[in-house]
Design a protein around this ligand. Structure first.
Ligand code: SF4
Length: 260
């Protein structure tokens, strides 16, 4: 598919989203927020849902959380225009409440189609609802800053998914903000791993990147000059119940505010 064809396909999906009435969230929206960014990107960031400003403008991550996301991207030398940014649900839940499971189920086919068009090498989840779709049962305080293979039924083929906190949670909690900058520093290295995995298969990672069964790879960190660690764990079994885990203080902070 050419970039023009990808752009046209994305615009067709966006047109459907703007007229969608599949779930109750259409009743309160000002504007649906399909997502935006480069049609030729290798990286897709997936947040949770539009907030107040996004609902007004019809664009993702345009409020304070969006400003922080742009700052996080700049810390690794990237611009938001170079990636694609979207959400699990495309319409704002009332009062920024969490999206309900049936709302996510109704909306996620749009995300799946966007990912099928973009075919990214790397999906970065922002927040626990996005994480829940790509890493079922995972707890964000335990998996942030780590990657694993994407279940192809989620949309992209042969991609890695990398977990990060939602920028809105980082705005509320300095420790989560610090962790977010540390996590995003690992994104370029994870993209390199995703490219290698896509071009030559998972086994080819091992000469360059030791993984058994957790993968550790190193790469220069533009923000800190350090060499971050990227951990890739096996893909989850969607039918397997989540492992019990005790909520941590950062889980609680991240759960307080997920939409922005
Ligand atoms: S949230 Fe998604 S499924 Fe629900 S009305 Fe909006 S676009 Fe349609």
């Amino acid at each position: 598919m050419t970039d023009d064809e990808r752009q046209a396909a994305l615009e067709a999906i966006a047109a459907e989203v703007r007229n969608c009435t599949r779930c109750r969230l259409h009743e309160g929206r000002t504007r649906a927020v399909p997502g935006e960014g480069s049609a030729s990107t290798e990286v897709v960031f997936v947040g949770e849902g539009p907030g107040f400003n996004e609902d007004r403008e019809g664009r993702p991550f345009v409020g304070r959380a969006g400003t922080l996301l742009a700052t996080l991207l700049r810390s690794i030398g990237w611009r938001r225009e170079e990636v694609f940014i979207t959400n699990i649900v495309k319409c704002r839940p009332p009062e920024n409440r969490d999206p309900a499971p049936d709302e996510i189920a109704a909306c996620v086919p749009y995300l799946r189609r966007q990912l099928e068009v973009l075919e990214p090498a790397l999906v970065v989840t922002l927040g626990r609802h996005s994480l829940g779709w790509f890493m079922p049962g995972a707890r964000i305080s335990q998996v942030h800053g780590t990657a694993r293979p994407v279940d192809p039924s989620s949309g992209p083929r042969a991609a890695l998914v990398f977990a990060m906190y939602h920028p809105a949670a980082a705005l509320r909690t300095p420790e989560i903000e610090r962790q977010s900058f540390a996590d995003v520093a690992s994104v370029p290295a994870t993209l390199a791993a995703a490219r290698a995995r896509r071009s030559t298969g998972p086994a080819a990672l091992e000469p360059a990147v030791p993984i058994q069964p957790e993968m550790t790879m190193t790469a220069p960190t533009p923000a800190q000059g350090a060499r971050p660690t990227v951990t890739v764990t096996p893909a989850p079994d969607r039918d397997r119940p989540p492992a019990p885990a005790e909520p941590s203080a950062t889980d609680a902070a991240a759960d307080q505010l997920t939409l922005f």
